[in-house]
Design a protein around this ligand. Structure first.
Ligand code: HEC
Ligand code: HEC
Length: 228
């Protein structure tokens, strides 16, 4: 036992001092290092896709990156609490039940058949842990004005770089498709989203959405599109 510990100690000292004269000890240390590295990499891939995500891939993509052609937003890196709330809202008529909300409607049937004790916590944790993937954006506008308007009207809740703010229940907006964000702003201002009496956070956002429009909104979206 003592000699084993001695040999490990020795090999570590050899590695640290760059000594290469003891072949056996060097081999032992490299094995130890490879073992530690492989253990670490297993921690990194622990975010296993839940089975229930299989039915989301067709629209949201295998990395939850979203799909512009299908108008489906990116979900990767969104907070677990926000994803859970939206799935709850779709399933319970707080979102996607307005007759003009044809895209939101697509989520209603899907959300209703999810198990809220098993699937939804699994999906939310999985999606929140995925690396956010920024969309290729084609926005135009005045970045300086956009930054000013954004900080004045949105930043207090959504964060200075549109990274989201858990305490304010405001989701990350950066990296999201601007087409999607723009449609949500219109939905909020036109009463298609955020009118249900129980939709506390949607109602809050609907009030905020009504404070901007036109070129100012274009500039704000341009600013958001330019954040990581
Ligand atoms: C048929 C295509 C389709 C499928 C399948 C689908 N979605 Fe969606 N999803 C959409 C569309 C389109 C929207 C955007 C709705 C809107 O514009 O309001 C959306 C929106 C969402 C949102 C709201 C995102 C946000 O930023 O507010 C969440 C969360 C979501 N989907 C999760 C899921 C999950 C989880 C699954 C699988 C169980 C799934 N979706 C399956 C099309 C789909
Ligand atoms: C008082 C806090 C507050 C302010 C200020 C605010 N928001 Fe929000 N916003 C929220 C909350 C909370 C939600 C989540 C609503 C929900 O859960 O349905 C939200 C949701 C959104 C969404 C929907 C995101 C998605 O993934 O579907 C967009 C887009 C948005 N905000 C844009 C903006 C913009 C642009 C501004 C500035 C003009 C702004 N917000 C100002 C609190 C705020």
């Amino acid at each position: 036992m003592n000699s084993y510990i001695f040999s490990i100690n020795n090999s570590l000292i050899n590695i640290l001092t760059g000594k290469k004269n003891n072949r056996y000890n060097r081999h032992l240390s490299l094995t130890t290092i490879v073992f530690i590295l492989s253990a670490l990499s297993q921690v990194a891939v622990a975010n296993k896709m839940p089975e229930s995500y299989g039915q989301c891939i067709a629209c949201h993509g295998d990395k939850a990156q979203g799909n512009a052609q299908l108008n489906s937003p990116s979900l990767a890196g969104k907070s677990a609490s926000y994803i859970t709330r939206q799935l709850h809202n779709f399933a319970n008529g707080l979102r996607g039940s307005h007759n003009k909300d044809t895209l939101g409607m697509q989520m209603v049937a899907i959300s209703k058949q999810l198990n809220f004790n098993k699937d939804v916590p699994e999906l939310s944790a999985y999606l929140a842990a995925l690396p956010a993937i920024s969309q290729v954006q084609n926005t135009t506008g005045d970045l300086k004005n956009g930054s000013r308007y954004y900080q004045g009207k949105c930043g207090a809740c959504h964060g200075g770089q549109a990274q989201g703010n858990e305490i304010m229940n405001a989701p990350k907006l950066s990296g999201q498709s601007v087409e999607y964000l723009k449609r949500q702003m219109l939905n909020f201002t036109q009463g298609i989203r955020g009118t249900h009496p129980e939709d506390k956070f949607g109602r809050q956002m609907a009030m905020m959405a009504k404070t901007t429009s036109g070129q100012e909104l274009e500039d704000i979206l341009h600013y958001i599109a330019n954040q990581e």
